[in-house]
Design a protein around this ligand. Sequence first.
Ligand code: MLT
Length: 200
Amino acid sequence: MKHLFQKGTNSAKPTFLMLHGTGGNETDLLAIAAHIDPEASVLSVRGNVSENGMSRFFKRLSEGVFDMEDLKMRTGELYEYIGQAAKEYDFDRNNVIAIGYSNGANIAANLLFTYSDSLKGAILHHPMVPNRDTDLPDLTNIPVFITAGTNDPICPAEESTDLEKLLAGAGAKVQLHWEDFGHQLTMPEVEAAKEWYDKL
Ligand code: MLT
């Protein structure tokens, strides 16, 4: 997969898997990674799917309606890729924290919905429930921070509260944070994510 890797200055720190929103690329979220933890390594990946020239991590049939076959295939592809990158760049595969926004948060959520060992933790900015017809694996004690907007036209409130319930039901330690904004990724929610991360 197209990506950027930045080796951190402290090998005990996690590797952040950065996953952009629709139409973004692997440079979009680098400033957020540096803000959350400047000592962490960063693997920032570009989605392999193009929707009219906009990069995404999986296909959709329409806004908010996912191509479930493609989501499954692309989630597997990303999971494999993290393992390959860990070998190539010599980082700890078991210490990867995803930070995703929108479409990137959705594929990160689907990694959690599919595998018990995909992520050490996740920060999901404006995610949806990636799949409502699946049993989640055991996610005992995996920390997940979800941010949502009370006026987000793309993610109605139930998407955030249902995701929180489903992940918590699988054992994850979930915190849901609201801002009175829309779908955009805002500085207050990045600050809230940093506060959460600093307490891990
Ligand atoms: C998605 O397709 O993943 C969601 O609708 C979010 C988006 O990318 O707009």
